[in-house]
Design a binder for this molecule. Structure first.
Ligand SMILES: [Zn+2]
Length: 331
């Protein structure tokens, strides 16, 4: 069995007395190969859900942030491999291949999110596979989720760090799967399906602040020892939990996520068998409707408790593992 290990990189030595420019030039990013992947591209004619109500397209936002990040990284001595620099379509597997062929030290895929509920807006970061196997992805993702939240949102906003198998249950996300072994994440800084956020994302300043959050994340990531990455399936093998995917997430059913969760929470208090069974069903539906919502982790945790209460111990055990491996705390 092959276990891929990413060799730890020591943080850079102290640099007292240097000014900011000198410190940046000798900083921890010098010589690092960073693959920056602006999600999607060139789909204005064919894709009708990755667009805000005012017409701003996700792929345009992704590219603006990515180009700003590229410039910031290059200023600090990193070698940046871009999967695209224009509004063009690039195959997912080719994006991952670019990272692999260039021996990238890290892979960051820049995205923005959409869902049927126009109120929703918070950051989500995805790592590939299971948390206990992909320690490097989790470490990178934890930094990114915190830094994006701190830069773009107030302190009460949730920030989620989630496995790509929570949203693509069979195999996870193509770009992360095919670049696995390189520490990598997909960042979804905010929701362009929220009208105020869409307006904000059109501004150069918002794009710059976001790119800066990625930059700080990469500096922090390389300043610490990088934890290992184990082969997919080495420790964790969970059955898929079916969810709404892609364009389905803009459908009516996806709007019910919060109502289902709140109703389930009420029913849990009553304690009789029928209510518990209904609550289980409601949490399952909420988690399927919006698998990376701010309450999805809690839905799965409640499902574990309810399955145990209903005497379904084997399922409870599987779901406990899923909650632990696919939904990671950011704090
Ligand atoms: Zn996207």
């Amino acid at each position: 069995m092959i276990v891929m290990v990413v060799v730890g990189v020591l943080g850079f030595a102290g640099c007292q007395g240097m000014d900011q420019g000198e410190r940046d030039a000798d900083g921890s990013l010098a010589g690092k190969v960073v693959c920056v992947d602006p999600g999607h591209g060139g789909t204005a004619e064919t894709d009708h859900f990755r667009v805000g109500t005012a017409g701003e397209r996700e792929e345009w936002i992704n590219l603006r942030v990515a180009l700003l990040l590229r410039d910031m990284l290059e200023e600090r001595g990193a070698r940046v491999v871009m999967t695209r620099t224009e509004d063009v379509s690039v195959e997912l597997k080719d994006r991952a291949l670019l990272a692999v062929e260039n021996n990238a030290d890290v892979f960051v895929s820049i995205h923005h999110n959409a869902t049927a509920d126009p109120e929703v807006n918070f950051p989500i970061v995805y790592f590939h596979g299971a948390a206990s196997e992909n320690s490097a992805g989790v470490a990178l993702g934890r930094l990114l989720a915190r830094n994006i939240r701190d830069a773009l949102f107030d302190g009460d906003t949730p920030a989620c760090l989630i496995s790509d198998r929570a949203i693509f249950p069979e195999k996870g996300a193509n770009v992360l799967r095919n670049s696995y072994g390189i520490p990598g994440v997909i960042g979804e800084a905010s929701f362009f399906s929220n009208a105020d956020e869409e307006q904000r994302l059109k501004t150069a300043e918002a794009n710059r602040v976001e790119a800066q959050a990625y930059l700080v994340t990469l500096e922090e990531f390389f300043a610490a020892e990088i934890p290992p990455i184990a082969e997919v399936g080495a420790r964790v093998d969970l059955p898929p939990f079916a969810v709404l995917e892609g364009g389905e997430r803009m459908e009516e059913e996806a709007l019910a996520w919060r109502r289902l969760f709140l109703r389930g929470s009420e029913l849990m208090k009553s304690g009789d068998q029928e209510s518990l069974e209904e609550a289980l069903d409601l949490f399952t539906r909420s988690a399927r409707a919006f698998p990376d919502s701010s309450v999805a982790q809690q839905c799965h945790r409640y499902r574990v408790a309810l399955l145990a209460l209903l005497g379904r111990e084997v399922e409870a055990k599987v779901e406990a593992r899923r909650a632990e491996e696919y939904y990671v705390g950011v704090e």
